[in-house]
Design a protein around this ligand. Structure first.
Ligand code: ATP
Ligand code: MG
Length: 361
């Protein structure tokens, strides 16, 4: 039997977008369908979302079900995957509390993703402690389930490194207890960190530059048509540039040769289209139209499944409730091991109580 324990989460700060899809979600569904794992967990990181949304708890509360719907719409199957809500597993807080002693403030300050996020959120002068320490809490999310495969986008690399360091430190001090995680990045370079429709470095819910999995065909059309391309490519006959050209990055992330046969048979593959674009004589309109067709082909089944699930929202919450219950059992087992390893399981340690009694004789 496979030894893979797969785990990933998403913050309920908005509906999920195509960046999540290519960075992580698509892979999770593939892994699920391949069945090569011992256990698979997917969770909604509501407690983490609260670390930078303290004034807007309603945003998190409202988006919980949106993220759950996006999971189900993409084909995650609650029969095969444990889908749970982070805040419902109090053991995660306890584990994070012990981990806090194993990480220095300066180590956290070096985390490049957190650095960028602090800037993005204008937190320079007033970083909430909870936000600053979220990489530690993420290490707890991972280790509480002994997860060893973490399929995520590139921005998560520093988090997995931090988690690995904590596991090593813990096991070193208290003996082999926790499992080291391994990151699983997308193999397609365009998917590591999908840029926003505005050409900015990352498509992100917080930046408003997203194409959502639940956008209608009309919304996707509007977004694709106003997408950032090559600002120097003004006339069709001019040579176009691919670097930083978001339309081509998205094509890299999504298009297959079959898509060319279906939507643009004049070209066999993306390399041919790129060659024509850089040579000159190919307009942005043709490329955008192809992208639109490809995106809609991928998103249509997702939209349809979402619509079906939207008809039974109580059932979606029931999936989350059951998943959280099952996840809690696993986390509680790990915590019992952790307490034993840390020797803070005083009341079940008869030998320890006997020794103490002898000390006072
Ligand atoms: P927020 O702005 O609230 O942080 P987000 O859009 O960054 O939201 P997260 O919930 O932080 O989304 O990320 C969830 C998962 O999706 C992570 O595995 C992350 O690596 C991946 N991911 C998010 N955005 C992208 C992107 N643009 N390209 C590739 N992967 C992404
Ligand atoms: Mg994020």
């Amino acid at each position: 039997m496979s030894e893979k324990i797969i785990l990933t989460g998403d913050r309920p700060t908005g509906r999920l977008h195509i960046g999540h899809y290519v960075g992580s979600l698509r892979r999770r569904v593939e892994l699920q369908n391949a069945g090569d794992y011992k256990r698979m967990f997917v969770f909604i990181a509501d407690a983490q979302a609260l670390t930078d949304n303290v004034d807007n708890p309603e945003k998190v509360r409202q988006n919980l079900v949106e993220v759950a719907l996006d999971y189900l719409a993409c084909g995650l199957d609650p029969e095969k995957v444990t889908i749970f809500v982070q805040s419902q597993i109090p053991e995660l807080c306890e584990l994070a509390f012990y981990f806090m002693n194993m990480v220095t403030v300066s180590r956290l300050q070096r985390n490049p993703t957190v650095k960028t996020e602090i800037q993005m959120r204008g937190f320079e002068q007033s970083i909430p402690v909870g936000f600053f320490t979220y990489p530690i809490s993420q290490a707890a999310d991972i280790t509480a389930f002994h997860a060893n495969v973490i399929p995520v986008g590139e921005d998560q690399k520093p988090m997995i490194e931090q988690a690995t360091e904590i596991v090593r430190r813990f096991n070193n001090i208290y003996g082999e207890t926790l499992t080291e995680p391994k990151i699983m990045l997308p193999d397609n370079a365009a998917c590591l960190r999908l840029p926003g429709t505005d050409g900015k470095a990352k498509m992100s819910k917080s930046l408003g530059n997203c194409i959502y999995l639940s956008d209608s065909a009309k919304e996707v059309k509007k977004k694709v048509n106003s997408m950032y391309t090559d600002p120097e490519h003004i006339h069709i006959e001019q040579p176009g540039h691919l670097e930083g050209n978001t339309v081509f990055t998205y094509l890299d992330a999504f298009v297959t040769d079959d898509d060319f046969a279906a939507f643009l048979p004049e070209y066999a593959c993306l390399d041919e289209l790129k060659a024509h674009y850089t040579r000159g004589g190919l307009g942005d309109g043709t490329c955008k139209k192809l992208l639109l067709n490809v995106l809609n082909a991928r998103l249509e089944p997702i939209r349809q499944r979402r619509e079906e699930w939207q008809k039974d929202i109580p059932a979606v919450y029931e999936i989350l409730r059951k998943g959280s219950e099952a996840a809690r059992e696993v986390a509680a087992n790990t915590l019992a091991d952790v307490r034993r390893a840390m020797r803070i399981n005083y009341f079940e340690d008869a030998e320890y109580i006997k020794q103490q009694a002898a000390k006072f004789k």
